[in-house]
Design a protein. Structure first.
Length: 426
């Protein structure tokens, strides 16, 4: 397709007006001011529209859309033990498949083109990703509460091995398989060390929860005499490409460690606020050189997967906490929600509007009440726009959502099946 006369916003917030963008073979084949030669299947008039990089949701548990609104305003422990765990005990692959499709539909409608997930029944999630056309790094969650078991005795080991053999790089590279040790408090140092060896052997990335709550930070120090970040370091986990979600309670020396080991922090401000976990010090992290990406966490603790809301919350919190409105300007916020996430997924050819990159992008309609007037197009995107302003969501050059219509998903069927699954589970 060829898009003419459009305003392009790069991942760092730089704006270019009256651009022509050519998309072919899944990539941006042309970005410039003239009109390139060639036959185009479709030409789009981009006047009064914006083209931005697709959002990358760097931390979520997409099937947990099934638990949206199922236990709010509760202490974290009670929420987990009285609601989430009993519900998850009954889940099967069919539930996870429909819940994943619902979450993917929500993400496509709100401009997300890729996500990093941590859950189980991963084959069902991969099926949903493959069918929908979205991109995802699928982390098989690993936890162990049985002291007699080693990593290789766990069902997660067998499933992860199977997933790597069957799906690594599947759907033209849209699917990537990661290992996802759940956290310090749900595993053991020897299990983490085995996961690190396994991940190095198979050349895969790690997703992990790190220092989400003060309790986690204190208990780790009580158990091991060291912080969760140091436990991960000593187990060898930090030698791999790691995306660490939350990092609300990390110490200054943890921060230095994460910067040195090039760990990405997936900042999930709304989930951290809703669960009363605190506010991550992301400005300090960014100043110390850490790649900070942005995630929604699950719909059980958010309660949606809308990156427009997340990026605005992240920008406002950074300003409010520092008592400085100049902190986290709109361009930095957009970078965190796009390119930083793509880098965390090791998708170097994604997350920005550059010729030759994968064509993952969103077109926003500026003929909308919240987008007028336009004193500053970038500030409209970060502080005013919402999912309702998304006209088109495109992944690898393929239109997946356009003017409220999904091209790959039967949304009526998905909503029906999710309600059917939830009724049976409850
Ligand atoms: Zn999480």
């Amino acid at each position: 397709m060829l898009i003419k006369n459009i305003t392009v916003i790069r991942a760092d917030g730089t704006c270019f007006e009256n651009m022509t963008v050519g998309v072919s073979g899944g990539t941006f084949s042309y970005i410039g001011r003239s009109v390139p030669e060639g036959e185009w299947k479709e030409t789009i008039d981009g006047s009064q529209k914006l083209l931005i990089p697709g959002f990358v949701n760097a931390h979520t548990h997409v099937p947990m859309t099934l638990m949206r609104g199922y236990g709010d305003d509760m202490p974290l422990d009670r929420w987990l033990y009285d609601r989430v765990f009993p519900f998850e005990d009954k889940l099967d692959g069919d539930d996870v498949y429909w819940g994943s499709l619902l979450g993917i539909a929500e993400m496509l409608a709100s401009g997300t083109t890729s996500f990093s997930d941590m859950y189980y029944f991963c084959e069902s999630i991969i099926k949903a990703v493959t069918e929908s056309g979205i991109k995802a790094n699928i982390g098989r969650g690993i936890s162990c509460f049985d002291h007699t078991k080693k990593f290789r005795d766990l069902p997660a080991y067998n499933e992860l091995t199977y997933l790597i053999d069957s799906f690594q790089g599947a759907a033209d590279g849209r699917v990537r398989v990661d290992a996802a040790p759940h956290s310090e408090y749900t595993t053991r140092p020897d299990i983490l060390a085995d996961i690190a060896d396994f991940a190095a052997e198979h050349d895969i990335n790690i997703q992990v929860h790190l220092s989400e709550t003060q309790k986690e930070q204190l208990e780790s120090t009580g158990r091991h005499g060291k912080t969760p970040a140091s436990v991960m370091l000593d187990a060898g986990i930090l030698e791999l490409p790691v995306t660490a979600a939350h990092c609300v309670w990390i110490t200054d020396s943890d921060m230095e460690l994460l910067a040195e080991k090039k760990v990405t922090v997936a900042h999930c401000p709304q989930s951290n606020l809703k669960l009363g976990s605190g506010i991550a010090r992301i400005q300090k992290m960014r100043h110390s050189g850490i790649n900070v990406a942005l995630g929604t966490d699950s719909a059980a603790s958010n309660n949606n997967l809308d990156m427009f809301q997340e990026v605005k919350a992240a920008a406002l919190l950074a300003k409010g906490v520092s008592l400085n409105p100049c902190e986290m300007p709109a361009g930095d916020a957009l970078y965190m929600a796009t390119r930083a996430g793509a880098l965390s997924q090791e998708r170097d050819d994604s997350g920005d509007i550059i010729q030759g990159n994968r064509a993952d992008f969103v077109i926003l309609n500026t003929r909308q009440p919240a987008m007028i007037p336009c004193h500053n197009v970038l500030s409209n995107v970060i502080y005013a726009a919402g999912a309702g302003d998304v006209e088109m969501t495109v992944v690898d050059g393929r239109v997946l959502y356009r003017n409220g219509v999904y091209t790959t998903l039967d949304i009526e069927r998905i909503m029906y099946e999710v309600n059917r699954c939830v009724n049976a589970l409850i």
